[in-house]
Design a protein around this ligand. Sequence first.
Ligand SMILES: Cc1cc2nc3c(=O)[nH]c(=O)nc-3n(C[C@H](O)[C@H](O)[C@H](O)COP(=O)(O)O)c2cc1C
Length: 195
Amino acid sequence: MSRTLIAYTSNAGSTEGIARTIKEGLLTPNSTVDILQFKDATSLEAYDAVIVGAPMILGWHADALKFLKKHQTALAVKKVAFFAAAISLTYEDPIQFAPLKLFFDPNLAKKPAKALPSGLREKYTAVSNYLNPMLKAAPDVKPVSVAFFGGKLDMFRLKWWQAIFVMLVVQAKPGEFRNWDYIRSWGSALQDLLK
Ligand SMILES: Cc1cc2nc3c(=O)[nH]c(=O)nc-3n(C[C@H](O)[C@H](O)[C@H](O)COP(=O)(O)O)c2cc1C
């Protein structure tokens, strides 16, 4: 019986649904999958694998980076995967990140206008710009896979400065972009990747 933890945080609540849907794809009769917020995931000892997830909020949520640093010794010897919820992602060829298995929701990733990301929005939302700080936070922690999923954005829940950042830099549209089938399929792919 293998035990997996999905540890996550959220700014406005929508990442919890992503965690639950990953569990639907991942769960088998021979496994258990727990879902805990970072603040409640105090010990990782009981788990064979840990999935760490958070939304992009001015980069991957600061609590995710803190969680990786705090638990880096434990996570360095476990199977680990990361996911992020986002509203805007500029495509870069996943081959350049091999052997890391990158997944991004095809509805989320938009090709840059030129060969490489250019301009503030494309550079800020480029896969590599999101990914590098996620990988550098705890360099001994080597995820087998990182996934970027469409999230959910409700402008009415944001503070004024958050709304300005999201509109001007990320140029995000408000709405529901969680692609449940794609999220579930990553959960299923993790059945093998986390073995
Ligand atoms: C202040 C703020 C900054 C954000 N920054 C980004 C960003 O850099 N890139 C992006 O794709 N989405 C960004 N988003 C959108 C969120 O990642 C998205 O809405 C996510 O689904 C929120 O998840 P949650 O409901 O669990 O907090 C931002 C949202 C807020 C409020």
